[in-house]
Design a protein around this ligand. Structure first.
Ligand code: FAD
Ligand code: EGU
Length: 471
């Protein structure tokens, strides 16, 4: 392929606001193009910080995220520090464990450490001579007209900095997005779900993983659910999802144990009674929010990516993956439009918004479905139906999670295809049912039963009645 001609604006300054997962990766994408990149991050440098208290400790990295990392030469490094999960392991209340593979051999997702991934990406961004990382910089305000931003430092001082392009990667509660909200024809919706989440650590037992490591462990219990992902240090991070109301009902250490005895009995010896009692009260349950908005840009000045543009509930394991894919999509459009920002930004919104809305909807749909009636039996049953249909019609029926997790099929196309497949399946069922009815009718007509054999002659019947009365 031909190298795209570079625009004349070599001195274009790109300000990436937020040095989280998407911000640090995006810095690499823009640096690779030769822009002057400045990253502004509210926190101190997490590579120096002793304790990092962020959100979830580990994440499931899948195809979309890996493809994005590959674009900046980071795939191998990150994959080598992740733990492959080839299957889910479904835990029933009785303690029975049932594996369900994600796909064929060699198809797996990875459990990666959030803090470590973030550190690697910051280091990769910093390695470009045209990139500067600015920590302890909190974006307070910015102007869409001039591109001037105001940052506040810990010591209370303020800095005013101008950029040609502002890339908002500052997460679900984005400060960059605040300016969008003041504009006409900007759509915005935000929904908190009634569930919260709490992370509990399962330590190694005798120096080994307490459970099988290469699985995403799941305890589906309708309104409660727990998930565990393995870490390199042989611990598991368990995430308990539960309505806030229920979290609030558990107020004493004994109630914690009672709750776990009722719903997750097999985990008590693995996590340990004392650890459980301590960890449960260490941090309050965290909220989960879903955010959708459009457009994702303002003129040629600003674009939102990652959670800032689309926070999704974690019930598809796609938040980071979708944010990483945002970076690839933007990069592809930069190539198409020769880095002409006044054309690239509107095109990015046009192309990406439907997909970001689709994954937000899918994640919410799965949340509603899981909490409604998903216990371990139902989970096993549904996944098995999916793979049986795929086995018999591999070209026609592809499970939704496969398209989402293992391909770069546009999210909105995956949803369309899924709806179409469901129609095919329903038609199939209808046709089989009709076929069965028509088939039996045909057989009956072709081989009519001898009616005479069925009709009992009057005389014989009389005899029977008499026999009945006298007996
Ligand atoms: P963030 O990671 O939130 O980063 C934003 C950055 O901006 C932060 O560093 C913050 O300090 C900084 N910032 C904020 N405000 C300012 C400001 N005013 N000025 C300067 N800097 C600022 N995704 C997956 O793909 N797979 C999973 O398995 C998965 N599991 C999850 C489990 C849970 C429980 C949760 C809650 C989420 C999960 N996600 C998962 C989603 C994933 O965590 C997010 O999608 C991802 O972190 C988004 O990255 P981001 O860089 O856009 O935002
Ligand atoms: C939630 C929290 C299993 C990490 C959705 C599957 C998740 C993850 C699933 C978290 C589930 C749910 C899928 C993957 C993944 C499944 C998926 C969810 C990682 C439909 C650290 N989800 N998650 N679906 O299929 O496609 O295994 O916190 F329980 S990975 Cl809710 Cl593939």
């Amino acid at each position: 392929m031909e190298e795209p001609a570079r625009g004349p604006r070599k001195k274009t300054v790109v300000a990436v606001v937020g040095g989280g997962l998407v911000g640090s990766l995006n810095a690499c994408f823009f640096a690779k193009r030769g822009f002057d990149v400045e990253v502004f991050e509210i926190r101190e440098d997490i590579r120096q910080a002793k304790i990092v208290r962020g959100r979830s400790i580990n994440l499931a990295l899948s195809h979309r995220g890996r493809q994005a990392l590959k674009h900046v030469g980071m795939e191998e490094k990150v994959v080598s520090q992740g733990i492959p999960m080839n299957a889910r392991m479904i835990h029933s209340i009785s303690g029975k464990q049932s594996p369900i593979p994600y796909g064929k051999k060699g198809q797996y997702i990875l459990s990666v450490d959030r803090a470590n991934l973030n550190k690697e990406l910051l280091t990769a961004a910093e390695a470009y001579p045209n990139t500067k990382l600015n920590f302890d910089h909190k974006l307070q305000d910015w102007s869409a007209e001039t591109g001037q931003m105001t940052f506040v430092r810990l010591d209370g001082s303020k800095e005013h900095i101008k950029a040609d392009l502002i890339v908002g990667c500052d997460g679900a509660f984005s400060a960059v997005r605040k300016q969008f909200l003041r504009r006409s024809r900007f759509n915005y919706s935000q929904t908190y779900i009634p569930h919260g989440y709490m992370e509990l650590t399962m330590l190694p037992i005798n120096g080994e993983f307490a459970m099988k490591p290469n699985y995403l462990h799941i305890w589906p219990r309708n309104t409660f659910m727990m998930i565990a992902l393995p870490n390199l240090d042989k611990t598991f991070t368990c995430t308990l999802f539960m309505p806030f109301d229920d979290f609030e009902k558990i107020t004493t250490e004994d109630e914690v144990i009672k709750f776990f005895q009722e719903y997750f009995p097999d985990t008590i010896p693995l996590i340990g009674v004392d650890t459980l009692k301590r960890d449960y009260f260490r941090l309050p349950a965290q909220a989960m929010v879903s955010v959708k908005c459009s457009p994702h840009h303002i003129n040629d000045k600003c674009v939102l990516m990652g959670d800032a543009a689309h926070a999704v509930v974690p019930f598809y394991g796609q938040g980071m993956n979708a944010g990483f894919e945002d970076c690839i999509v933007f990069d592809e459009i930069m190539n198409q439009f020769n880095e002409d920002l006044s054309a690239v930004l509107p095109e990015y919104s046009r192309v990406r918004v439907p997909d970001d809305h689709a994954i937000a909807d899918l994640a919410m749909y799965n949340y509603i479905e899981m909490r409604a009636h998903v216990n371990s039996k139902w989970f096993l049953f549904r996944k098995q139906v999916d793979s049986i249909l795929h086995f018999f019609m591999p070209k026609t029926i592809i499970p939704l999670y496969t398209m989402v997790t293992f391909t770069r099929t546009r999210y909105h196309k995956a949803v369309e295809r899924w709806q179409w497949q469901n129609k095919v399946i329903n038609h199939g069922l209808l046709i089989s049912a009709t076929g069965a009815a028509v088939g039996s009718a045909y057989l009956l007509i072709k081989n009519p039963p001898n009616i005479n054999k069925l009709i009992i002659p009057a005389e014989k019947m009389w005899n029977r009645i008499v026999a009945f009365r006298t007996s």
